[in-house]
Structure formats: structure tokens, C-alpha cells
Design a binder for this molecule. Structure first.
Ligand SMILES: [Zn+2]
Length: 194
């Protein structure tokens, strides 16, 4: 798995948080989230006192656990704040669901708002109530490739939104098991192995 940009870290961690919420029947501990960040290749610089700091050469992740909420900010290590992302996992009392969402860290730039479908998990049955299209990224020769597993692909097809880019909400053009976004240029590939 490659993590060269904030989004390349936020997607796989969102997916791991979703799995952990279902398995633990609740939000995972900051230590568990720290291990997730290490598992995608980020080095732990600090974890404790309500803050975690992780990084590789390209991306810095700030873990800020709060009461009933996990916040992870992904920032480009080059200091380019425009593509910074915030990943939030929390329990939403109103809808009695756990929610995992990825939003631009700088919400003022809402023109660049991402079209990332949140993960919504029923807090009683732990069934999925949304159609998130999450996966791992790989740096291709010219494009960034989002690898989506078969299970995710099946859900995505069910949602009837196969022509919508999971990263930016733009238009996807499919050719067999691959698609390319005409807006952000990301390539989506169905990973048969899983
Ligand atoms: Zn796109």
C-alpha cells in the first residue's frame, strides 16, 4: 500500500475503523487506531496525553481521541494544506449509528469538497446503512489507483452509483474491471484476490 497523499492514508484507515467498530461493537481505543496507522506504513513519533503523531516521508497524521469520538487529521508533509483531510469516527445519538467520515480539513474550500460516502453503522445491529467505497491506494505509472475488494464492489453495484467517483464525486468511465475518473483522474480497480 502506498501513502503519498492524505487521501491515500484516510481511505484505508476509514475502512479499518469501520471493521473495528463492527468487531468491538464500539469505537476502538487510541492505541488500536495507532496500530492501524502503523500498519499502513506510518511511523509512530508520539502517542499519549490525548494526542498521537505519526508520519512517513509524505504524510503526517495527527490522532486526536476525544470522548466518544476519534479524529485523525492527515496533512501533506510538504506543508500543502489544501489537500489536508480529516477523518472522524463518532457515535451519532440522533440516528443511533456510528459514523466514519472523511472531510476536507479546510471546510472553507467547499468547492473542493470530497464526494466520499460516509460509513454509517447501525449501533444496535452493527449492519451497514450506507454504501462506502473504500480501499487501498497504489501509485501507478501515471495515475493513483484505488483498489477496491470484491465485497465493496458488490455493495457499490447495489447502490447504483458505479458511475460516481468514490473520491471526488465526479464521473467514472468503466472498461471491464477498471474505471477512470474524468474529473480527478483517479483509477479504480477491482481487486479479485480478496
Ligand atoms: Zn474523481
Amino acid at each position: 500500500m502506498d501513502v503519498y497523499e492524505p487521501i491515500m492514508g484516510a481511505f484505508p484507515i476509514a475502512k479499518k475503523l469501520w471493521r473495528a467498530i463492527v468487531e468491538n461493537k464500539g469505537l476502538p481505543s487510541p492505541d488500536t487506531v495507532g496500530k492501524m496507522l502503523e500498519s499502513i506504513g506510518l511511523e509512530k513519533l508520539f502517542l499519549g496525553k490525548g494526542l498521537g503523531l505519526f508520519r512517513n516521508n509524505f504524510v503526517i497524521a495527527l490522532l486526536i481521541p476525544r470522548e466518544n469520538m476519534i479524529v485523525v487529521d492527515f496533512i501533506s508533509a510538504t506543508g500543502d494544506l489544501s489537500d489536508a483531510l480529516e477523518l472522524i469516527a463518532y457515535y451519532d445519538r440522533e440516528i443511533d449509528c456510528y459514523v466514519v467520515e472523511i472531510i476536507p480539513a479546510n471546510e472553507l474550500e467547499y468547492e473542493e469538497n470530497l464526494g466520499v460516502e460516509p460509513v454509517i453503522i447501525d449501533a444496535k445491529t452493527f449492519e451497514l446503512k450506507s454504501y462506502p467505497v473504500l480501499g487501498e491506494f497504489k501509485q501507478g505509472k501515471k495515475t493513483i489507483i484505488l483498489k477496491v475488494d470484491n465485497e465493496t464492489y458488490r455493495l457499490w453495484r447495489e447502490s447504483g452509483k458505479l458511475n460516481i467517483c468514490p473520491v471526488c464525486g465526479g464521473e467514472l468511465r468503466w472498461r471491464e474491471k477498471k474505471a477512470i475518473c474524468t474529473d480527478c483522474g483517479i483509477e479504480v480497480m477491482i481487486d479479485e484476490k480478496r
